[in-house]
Design a protein. Structure first.
Length: 580
């Protein structure tokens, strides 16, 4: 057996175990007891085909399937081909899902072939670490990237860890709009900070060479794939008319991050990251940039920063870092943007958001890592979180208590004081560590896409600016807490807790007790918010079960929609934070 075949089989076995676990968690499949022993299960899927495996149950009704226990053949693609009728999948869903899973498996093999030990991983910079992550822990087809060819993936996928230059465009102000925070009120201020005078003069000459007035144009970077696959085609009349003019690169090398459309500047690490639209389907949605939200991003940032800056608990006690989306250029499509019923991917084609990098916000000796990194296990089975705990010199329970103290207080304060929630999933939440690798504080990013407000107007947020209020979703108080549950507790801690049990010797029940203790500690600190604790109750006996894979399999499939899809809800699950 060749090494590549072994790599494929190992990756397939791991993905199949994940698939069974997540499908069982969401109620898509219902494994049957097959013991003794008590952790043995079977899953009949077709005539003459029954899968057997061992699994541990965890918080929220979680399933942790042992990949090595799977029989007969642990091939996730064959499973879909044999079980699609049992799963209730339409034929087109089955076809597209097999393609997404094959692409995900291919990326997993690349990651495995280039894997580092947890010790080596701990030495990487924030940007380098991003390219080593394995993708969304909950979504099974988490690296599908429908629209990318194999060569596109080799060139632009984050696991390739290759920094490349980006070309820029000049777009006439009749099509393009600029927005910035007060500190970046004019595009000239942004360009002066982001581009050298030599590059700016080169851009001006390029526009003038076409007969255009340089002052009548805005500049923005563009993903080369998006330029070739979407912009040159769908904006062809505007390109022909000289309203969109290709520019050269600015010379900086940029590294794609886990979100695949966000690029970190490695030539100038203190420069802003750029978030660009990509018309590929990945992890449930087309990865474009909605025009209205992109335009509002700086206003949302200014508002969120205003809440933080006026609150001593956020600025002095937690010292939370909010990585602002400080400037944007939006480019409407003259036809698509006024047709609200066309697929939403056609209203998210061209634009750019500039976001603050985390580096300049760090104190000497601090380093940042995405929360997702804590879920990493290397090829030798060693846990990254265990490596960091060992480096800290702290007992595991003390280290985890410090982690909860870094993550939860600022998130709880925004929820209880301001009726505002982030979506603190593993990519958006960034843990800041001190020089001993002890967690000390939190950084958060992605405001305009993932900040939600309470539908109940609070005195503290009665003056939400109109542009902000128009684009941020408002949710019923009873549902607002789901963003913490689904983003952090279910979406990250559901996986971190069993890791800590296996590698740190901290039982899962003790892990969840630490989370609950941190919530209660916050509540004791702010007794005047007692009514809010009841309104935004995180400690209910059960919570709704949000489902991400069910959305793809049963709710939306791969059909085009006029609006972005939302997670499916299927029943309830017990809340491990509930207690006397």
């Amino acid at each position: 057996m060749t090494a590549p075949t072994k790599a494929w089989q190992r990756a397939g076995r791991a993905l199949f175990a994940k698939m069974l676990g997540e499908f069982a968690y969401e109620g898509i499949v219902e494994p049957l007891p097959d013991g003794p022993p008590a952790d043995a299960y079977r899953l009949p899927v077709a005539r003459g085909l029954t899968y057997r495996f061992r699994a541990r149950r965890g918080a929220y009704g979680d399933w942790r399937v042992d990949p090595e226990s799977l029989t007969p053949d642990a091939d996730p693609l064959e499973f879909l081909a044999r079980a699609h009728e049992t799963l209730g999948l339409a034929g087109d869903t089955t076809g597209h899902l097999i393609r997404e899973l094959t692409a995900t498996l291919s990326a997993d093999v690349v990651l495995a072939e280039n894997a580092l030990s947890v010790g080596e991983l701990a030495e990487l910079s924030y940007g380098e670490l991003e390219g080593r992550q394995t993708g969304h822990p909950w979504l099974v087809a988490n690296k599908g990237r429908l629209g990318f060819s194999a060569s596109d993936t080799e060139r632009w996928a984050p696991e390739q860890a290759t920094a490349r230059p980006l070309p820029w465009l000049a777009v006439h102000r009749g099509l393009a709009r600029y927005r910035g925070t007060p500190a970046l009120a004019s595009p000239e201020r942004l360009y002066a900070e982001e581009l050298s005078e030599t590059v700016r003069e080169e851009f001006r000459r390029a526009v003038a060479a076409t007969g255009g007035d340089p002052a009548a144009y805005l500049w923005l970077p563009v993903h080369p794939w998006q330029w070739d696959e979407a912009i040159r085609l769908l904006y062809a009349p505007q390109v022909a008319a000289g309203q969109i003019i290709p520019l050269p690169t600015d010379g900086d090398l940029r590294l794609p991050q886990q979100s695949i459309r966000t690029f970190l500047n490695v030539t100038r690490p203190n420069a802003r990251t750029v978030k660009l639209p990509l018309s590929i389907l990945n992890t449930l949605v087309w990865r474009g940039l909605p025009t209205e939200r992109t335009e509002a991003a700086p206003a949302v940032t200014a508002w969120i920063h205003g809440l933080r800056d006026a609150d001593p608990f956020l600025t002095e006690t937690t010292r939370v870092i909010l990585l602002g989306e400080t400037a944007s250029v939006t480019v409407e499509h003259p036809l698509y943007d006024r047709l609200r019923t066309v697929p939403y991917q056609y209203r998210e084609l061209l634009g750019c958001i500039w976001r603050e990098p985390v580096g300049p916000h760090l104190d000497p000796g601090e380093r940042a890592r995405t929360l997702a990194a804590l879920l990493y296990t290397d090829e030798d089975g060693q846990s990254f979180v265990a490596e960091l705990v060992a480096r800290s010199g702290l007992p595991a329970t003390d280290w985890l208590r410090r982690l909860m103290d870094a993550l939860l207080p600022p998130l709880l304060h925004f929820l209880y004081r301001y009726g505002t929630v982030f979506s603190p999933h593993g990519e958006n939440a960034i843990v800041v560590f001190d020089e001993r690798d002890v967690p000390v504080r939190l950084a958060v990013k992605d405001f305009v896409d993932d900040v939600n407000l309470s539908s109940e107007t609070l005195p503290e947020t009665s003056g939400v600016p109109e542009q902000v209020d128009r684009v941020l979703l408002r949710e019923h108080p009873g549902y607002l807490t789901q963003f913490l549950h689904s983003g952090l507790f279910v979406g990250v801690f559901r996986y971190l807790a069993p890791l800590c049990a296996a590698h740190l010797g901290v039982p899962e029940q003790a892990f969840w007790s630490l989370v609950r203790e941190e919530i209660l500690r916050y509540q004791r600190r702010f007794p005047e918010l007692k009514h809010r604790f009841e309104t935004y109750d995180l400690l209910t006996p059960r919570i709704q079960r949000l489902c991400l894979n069910r959305n793809r399999l049963h709710l939306d499939g791969y059909r085009d929609r006029s609006e972005r899809p939302h997670a499916a809800i299927h029943g309830t699950v017990p809340n491990p934070l509930y207690g006397p």
